[in-house]
Design a binder for this molecule. Sequence first.
Ligand SMILES: C[S@@+](CC[C@H](N)C(=O)[O-])C[C@H]1O[C@@H](n2cnc3c(N)ncnc32)[C@H](O)[C@@H]1O
Length: 179
Amino acid sequence: MGRFLDSDFRRKLQSPDKLIDRSGIKEGMHVLEVGCGSGAFTTFVARTVGIKGEVYALDIQPGMLMQLKEKLSRPENRDIRNIKLIKGDAHNLPFDDNSFDLVYAITVIQEIPDKNKVLKEIKRVLKPGGILAVTEFLPDPDYPLKSTTIRLGEEAGLILDKVEGNLWHYTVRFKTKKK
Ligand SMILES: C[S@@+](CC[C@H](N)C(=O)[O-])C[C@H]1O[C@@H](n2cnc3c(N)ncnc32)[C@H](O)[C@@H]1O
């Protein structure tokens, strides 16, 4: 799985443009990626939010963040200055309440022992009316059905907004309550 996760082959199957569109990521947004891994999609998101936006890329494994750091040092990525790497555990996000317009997680939630706690943490750091986009992909050994992802989000108090994609590759979008 390791090599596949950050490969052009994967990005052919799971197009970054489609993922960004389905997630609702837009220019100027302040975004948190939970469980960024080596950043298979992080540079694409950074270019979409642009210089007025920001991407906080958080992972629990320092080795993953080192790989993303190395990727960002490559000549083709030197223009990207809006990614902040954060070593942290999604169970206790190191951010204030109401910090982000959007949080996204790609093939991460099922790896997490206390999913309800993490989803509540994500809800806490989202602004009112903010978006959580959860993307799942079938080759992932932990792949959950859409109904499981929807149930987990709703149990954490998030409001279902939109479900896009097919059986093997989908994004579920939730919103937090507007003020
Ligand atoms: C299957 S990988 C997916 C990586 C990336 N999202 C992708 O799609 O290529 C899952 C990632 O979640 C991270 N992760 C697992 N539990 C975590 C936690 N409690 N807090 C933060 N990151 C976590 C892992 O370290 C790993 O990098």
